[in-house]
Write a protein that binds this ligand. Structure first.
Ligand SMILES: [Zn+2]
Length: 112
């Protein structure tokens, strides 16, 4: 019996097995890219958690202005570079994410 131990990545939430692979977070998703940047900036864990859950994400957040919230949280927690990046659009949703969102919710909203 060869048991494998899986771990849950604290940044992106992916399950991975250290015996089988080296884990790298999937930074093609904007929210994960942000979570990685927050982790590298030693942001408080709750901010990384929020990022991973899409709280700051253009297309996943329930907030009206998620990136504005990100700027505020970053400034309030000593992360000026994250705040600057957010203002400059570094964490804006991608075209692909816009397309997925449109498939999921946009059609109903726009009546097409
Ligand atoms: Zn990860």
């Amino acid at each position: 019996m060869n048991e494998r131990e899986y771990k849950t990545c604290q940044i992106c939430g992916a399950r991975w097995c250290p015996d089988l692979e080296l884990h790298a977070c999937d930074t093609s998703k904007t929210k994960i890219r942000l979570a990685v940047d927050l982790a590298e900036s030693e942001a408080p864990y709750w901010m990384i958690e929020r990022a991973r859950q899409g709280y700051y994400d253009d297309y996943e957040s329930h907030l009206a202005t998620p990136l504005h919230q990100l700027v505020e949280d970053a400034q309030g927690n000593g992360l000026p570079l994250i705040a600057k990046n957010a203002k400059e659009g570094v964490y804006d949703g991608t075209q692909e994410e816009a397309r997925v969102w449109m498939e999921r919710e946009g059609k109903g909203l726009l009546g097409i």
